[in-house]
Design a binder for this molecule. Structure first.
Ligand code: MLC
Ligand code: AMP
Length: 470
């Protein structure tokens, strides 16, 4: 038996979770999560209204203790996307903070409030390793998001391999400000410290003063957060000095620029470590704590993870290849989507990440791009262009549309919609709000550019590569 959270089986009074004024020790967390786990026995799948609160962390932990698969739901999803997610995963009930107002389809589910003061024993039966632990929705190039099913064994394996890479122990205090409905904030950022028996301090926003006050040994963030932190630290040397007492700053979900690496190193004395992965694969590579990181790379593969670079169509002898992976941290498939699961794998069973990479001499992987122009990474969120185009086409003022990601120093890429209007162009704000109402705020175009026609090839297919990227 390999329990997911050994520290909850023999809990003590060390701090486990802190979100603002809400703090739980391991003993309190075991009591509260044990009580909810008891109420969940026999359920197959539950949703969690995944606000960035301690209630989300407790609800997810409880469901995992009960051996029930959890679907963390972005609380800001628009009506279309929320309807899709809830319809697709059909949860038995939803876990939420007491008093939280649940949107549409979540509100229609049976509800169980997360009571932080409850006390009951933690179940000791460990479910089988291949039992589904999490279903996390992720965007593809077209169509609505797909639910990646992550088994318990993948999560346990990946967190242990990362612990080796980063010398991560129960003595570490992790601080971050990530959302709790994706792999980064939830798997690494909540389940990570709990598996080690260490502490998490969620600080709400990656602000220099809040981070300095938290006094963490480790920090996780997406590049947009580190970019904004670097801006702040340049005029706040006291916070920079405090943050420099940390052991490890880790960036992931998108590429951190060399400029921001250098600014953070100058301010804090710490060289940021990057790691690389996907919702479907969890973390695959990581710059090690013990080694000087090679800027521009995401480090070598984690123990047990295999990575190969497949030739690119029309590719030359430049060392670049399509990143394909296999190993114990991979998902078991997309929920209800055997077609999409098959399409994501090569005939010989490797998962095709869609990223393009090359090896450096030291054995680190460098991610140099993506094969699909229809996938956008903005603020660390993966966003399918097709999903936004479909939403915009439902607006009566839109005749044709092409959505692209444009390089942005803060967000990595920002979403730009090129729109051929149907008649008089609608106000830009109206189109932006239309997308947010149907999908989620982070899928809003930052900019709408009206045009008379989209560039098309002889077959009539839109050629996004000919749209202006600046
Ligand atoms: C945004 N806003 C807009 C707008 N776009 N308002 C009007 N029109 C638009 N077009 C609003 C926002 O809602 C927000 O409002 C405000 O403007 C600022 O927006 P922002 O610049 O996006 O900043 P912010 O909301 O602060 O978000 C930045 C961020 C966020 C970096 C904190 O993008 C984030 O949390 N990213 C993390 C994504 C993540 O966890 N990815 C991991 C995926 S897992 P208001 O009112 O809300 O302030 C994965 C695997 C792996 O990738 O490797 O980890
Ligand atoms: P998601 O599907 O949201 O999990 O996003 C996964 C994608 O994020 C990967 O396919 C990469 O394109 C990107 N990604 C994650 N970490 C990094 C990193 N450190 N550097 C560059 N890209 C990254």
């Amino acid at each position: 038996m390999n329990p997911l959270f050994p520290a909850l089986l023999d809990p003590d009074d060390r701090p486990a979770l802190r979100f603002g004024d809400d703090v739980l020790t391991y003993r309190q967390l075991a009591g509260a999560a044990g009580a909810i786990a008891g109420s969940l026995a026999g359920r197959e799948r539950v949703a969690v209204h995944a606000t960035p609160t301690i209630h989300t962390a407790v609800g997810v932990t409880a469901a995992l203790l009960a051996g029930v698969a959890v679907v963390p739901v972005n609380p800001k999803l628009g009506e279309r996307e929320l309807g899709h997610v809830v319809g697709d995963c059909a949860p038995d009930l939803v876990l939420a903070a007491p008093g939280a107002t649940l949107p549409g389809p979540l509100g229609a589910l049976p509800r169980l409030d997360v009571d932080l003061t409850a006390v009951a024993p933690v179940p000791t039966d460990e479910p089988p390793p291949d039992a589904p632990a999490l279903v996390i929705y992720t965007s593809g190039t077209t169509g609505p998001p797909k639910g990646a099913v992550l088994p318990r064994s993948a999560i346990a394996y990946d967190l242990d391999a990362l612990a080796e890479a980063w010398e991560w122990t129960g003595d570490d205090l992790l601080a971050h400000a990530l959302p709790l409905f994706h792999v980064h904030g939830l798997v690494l950022g909540v389940l990570g410290p709990l598996r080690r028996g260490g502490s998490l301090h969620h600080i709400g926003k990656l602000d220099a003063k809040a981070l300095a006050a938290a006094g963490p040994s480790m920090v996780f963030g997406v590049p947009t957060q580190y970019h904004r932190l670097a801006d702040q630290l340049e005029s706040d040397p006291d916070s920079a000095k405090e943050i420099g007492r940390a052991r490890l700053l880790v960036s992931g979900s998108a590429a951190l620029t060399a400029v921001d690496h250098a600014r953070l190193l100058r301010a804090t004395g710490l060289a940021v470590r990057e790691r690389y992965g996907l919702t479907e694969t969890l973390i695959l590579t990581a710059a090690r704590a013990a080694d000087e990181p090679e800027v521009g790379t995401v480090g070598p593969p984690l123990r047990g993870t295999e990575i190969r670079l497949a030739p690119l169509p029309g590719g030359g002898d430049d060392g670049l290849g399509a990143v394909e992976v296999r190993g114990p941290s991979l998902f078991s498939g997309y929920l209800n989507r055997p077609d999409a699961t098959a399409a994501a794998h090569t005939p010989d069973g490797w998962f095709a990440t869609g990223d393009i990479g090359r090896w450096t001499e030291s054995g680190a992987l460098a991610i140099v791009g993506r094969s699909a122009t229809d996938l956008i990474k903005s603020g660390g969120y993966k966003i399918g262009a097709g999903e936004i185009e479909n939403a915009l086409l439902e607006h009566p003022g839109v005749a044709e549309v092409a959505v692209v990601g444009v390089p942005d120093p803060d967000l990595g890429e920002r979403i730009v919609a090129h729109v051929v209007p149907a008649g008089t162009p609608p106000p830009e704000r109206e189109l932006i709000d239309h997308v947010a109402a149907l999908l989620a705020p982070h899928k809003r175009p930052r900019e709408v550019r009206f045009t008379d026609a989209l560039p098309r090839n002889d077959m009539g297919k839109v050629q996004k590569s000919r749209l202006p990227r600046e």
